[in-house]
Design a protein around this ligand. Structure first.
Ligand SMILES: Nc1ncnc2c1ncn2[C@@H]1O[C@H](COP(=O)(O)OP(=O)(O)OP(=O)(O)O)[C@@H](O)[C@H]1O
Length: 250
């Protein structure tokens, strides 16, 4: 359904002249302004920028949570512009994984049931062997029967990563995934995401304010006032911090 032919397999995510304007007339805010960029498959991208620079808007438009005002987004080999709401919902469930700062696990479900949730929501049988494999993949092989309330913050975030991985999505979007974690636990989650990219060829797009978190990515894309404001390949915390300082307060 809705397959396009624009991307010959190279990009997991492609934005072409994406503009997003909220409101209209004198109240209009252009949150993204003519953004064109591609995220190659099997890479880890961090997106940074000052507060209000458009990072969340970038993530929402890229993941099909919101529609651009102009321009197009292609996820894997699917152009999002042509899809109706039902198809977009399916894309979000099956082709995209999300990891949020606040874990977003269901407390009333076991860890294993949380990981299998995308299948339940789709009304298809939960492949319990895959649930087990993903839990092992994130280092939680023995925790499937526990409830989220019985886990540490870092472990909960690992469950969220397992849930994001289980459908084999085109892109995992992570929004400040270490924002609620201490430094050591945050590092483990970042190393897990790094390993997911290196070992399984997954693609990760992470919004963050933290130069140390960004340094785990292959490259960092900077936004300022809704526009692309440069890229840093092989980022170090120092280089990222220096760029951010040049972009203004953060
Ligand atoms: N629903 C909305 N209605 C109107 N304006 C909005 C809406 N969402 C975002 N904006 C505006 O769009 C611009 C970009 O916002 P966005 O949330 O994408 O920035 P951000 O870089 O994620 O910020 P932060 O780092 O503070 O979370 C801001 O000026 C914001 O006020």
């Amino acid at each position: 359904m809705g397959k396009g032919c624009a991307v010959a397999g190279r990009y997991a995510l492609l934005l072409e002249s994406v503009t997003k304007t909220y409101g209209s007339g004198r109240n209009a805010v252009t949150a993204l302004n003519d953004v064109t960029m591609g995220v190659p498959r099997g890479t880890f991208l961090a997106v940074m920028g000052p507060s209000g620079s458009g990072k969340s808007t970038f993530l929402h438009c890229s993941a099909g949570l919101d529609r651009p005002t102009n321009g197009g987004v292609t996820l894997g080999d699917t152009r999002l512009a042509g899809l109706n709401e039902e198809q977009l919902t399916e894309i979000r469930r099956e082709r995209v994984g999300f990891v949020f700062q606040a874990y977003n696990l269901l407390d009333s479900l076991t860890v294993a049931d949380n990981v299998g949730l995308p299948f339940r929501l789709a009304g298809t049988p939960v492949p319990t062997d895959r649930v087990r494999a993903e839990l092992a993949n994130v280092g939680l092989a023995d925790m499937g029967d526990r409830y989220p309330g019985q886990l540490s913050g870092g472990q909960r975030q690992r469950v969220a990563v397992a849930r994001a991985l289980i459908t084999g999505p085109d892109v995992i979007f992570a929004d400040e995934p270490t924002g609620a974690l201490d430094t050591r636990t945050g590092k483990q989650v970042l190393e897990l995401l790094r390993g997911v990219v290196d070992r399984t060829g997954q693609t990760v797009v992470m919004v963050t304010h933290d130069p140390v978190a960004a340094s785990h990515a292959d490259s960092v894309t900077f936004l300022a006032d809704g526009r692309l404001a440069g890229e840093l390949v092989a980022p170090t915390p120092e280089k990222v911090a220096e760029r951010m300082t040049r972009l203004g307060e953060w």
